[in-house]
Design a protein around this ligand. Structure first.
Ligand code: FDA
Length: 313
């Protein structure tokens, strides 16, 4: 089965500044965005965090932003993460199956990786600053995966950060041909790996293109992680993947299910109620355009809903 035929066009639009300006200004967009994004500011996201944690779910909060080409913006992102971690540390929530219930997720391209000079070093320094604060607050950190041109740099920065903070996790994307090897490399003791299908537009030379090939790759990667010595974080809304995860005899302290805020909320609650660790990825902030477009691209019904709302205005 081929992926959503509109996916490449929507993902191309996700990179268009012109479309970004018109779509983010359309008043109706806001209501639909609110389904996937927990508000513009920290106060908003902390309300959502309290509600999710109160229902027995763990959370990972992402301050939206990516592809920063401005040093001051990267520094401001670090400051926002430090404030967020301070606020999360004050929530005082009990661990879930031994896991930290509170986590932040961050994109290295928001921390300076895409800067023209010294991007890798700046992103590394900034990531380390965030990780040091998180360690003090008892909050976990996972580094998001972006498009394939960043994978080598991101995994190199992860390896360096993990020398000081071995509990820091990373995301691997099953649609990339390389990911089975990366899973083998990163399935050792203490290694926290969030496995997702992958959300960017990638060429055939590096990524599987059809849904069935991506799903098959996901299951092969899952097998490596679930039979390894690390800590797999199964990030998917796909019932087949959730079911496959359940077939491995790992106890609840050694694996997590993860889904996105606003997607399959009832299934999230159901999984948490079985005693499993269920973590919800919760984005907030005003830079939601790229994230929102990736959500539209992965599900035609989300797009139809969005277009219909625009048409009725
Ligand atoms: P997919 O979209 O193929 O859907 C499979 C099935 O799930 C559907 O057929 C349906 O049954 C069910 N389903 C999906 N959406 C539904 C809905 N709204 N309602 C009901 N059922 C629904 N990507 C990336 O490139 N880098 C990253 O760092 C991350 N990080 C990340 C963290 C977490 C916690 C998650 C859950 C996901 C990511 N992703 C990501 C996104 C990921 O790569 C992928 O794009 C989405 O998760 C969609 O893929 P699924 O595995 O959910 O399956």
């Amino acid at each position: 089965v081929l992926a959503n035929p509109l996916r490449p066009a929507i993902l191309a639009a996700a990179k268009s500044g012109l479309l970004e300006r018109s779509i983010t200004k359309a008043p109706v967009t806001r209501r639909i965005v609110d389904r996937f994004v927990a508000g513009d500011n920290r106060e908003d996201v902390l309300d959502v965090a309290r509600r999710l944690v109160g229902s027995g779910r763990a959370i990972s909060i992402d301050f939206l932003g990516e592809d920063t080409t401005d040093r001051a913006q990267a520094d401001a992102t670090v400051q926002e993460y430090l404030s967020l971690i301070g606020d999360l540390g004050a929530l005082d929530v009990a661990p879930i199956n031994g896991a930290a219930p509170l986590e932040v997720s961050m994109k290295l391209s928001a921390l300076g990786q895409a800067l023209p000079h010294d991007g890798d070093r700046i992103a590394l320094d900034n990531a380390s600053t965030v990780c040091a604060a998180a360690e003090d607050a008892g909050v976990w950190v996972t580094i998001d995966a972006e498009d394939h041109t960043t994978t080598d740099s991101t995994l190199a920065i992860l390896a360096t950060v993990r020398k000081d903070f071995p509990w820091v996790g990373a995301v691997l994307q099953a649609y990339l041909h390389r990911t089975e090897d990366d899973c083998r490399e990163l399935c050792g003791q203490g290694s926290r790996i969030r496995l997702c299908k992958g959300a960017y537009r990638e060429p055939e030379s590096v990524a599987f293109q059809s849904n069935s090939d991506v799903d098959a790759s996901y299951l092969r990667c899952l097998e490596i992680l679930m039979t390894g010595d690390g800590y797999p974080m199964v990030a998917s809304h796909d019932p087949a993947i959730v079911a496959a995860t359940g077939t491995y005899s790992r106890d609840a302290t050694a694996v997590e299910y993860q889904m996105l805020y606003g997607i399959r909320d009832l299934e999230q609650v159901r999984l948490a109620e079985t005693g499993a660790t269920m973590r919800v990825y919760v984005p907030y902030g005003t830079a939601w355009y790229g994230y929102f477009m990736r959500r539209l691209a992965e599900r035609p019904s989300n797009l139809t809903f969005f277009l219909r709302s625009l048409a009725t205005k």
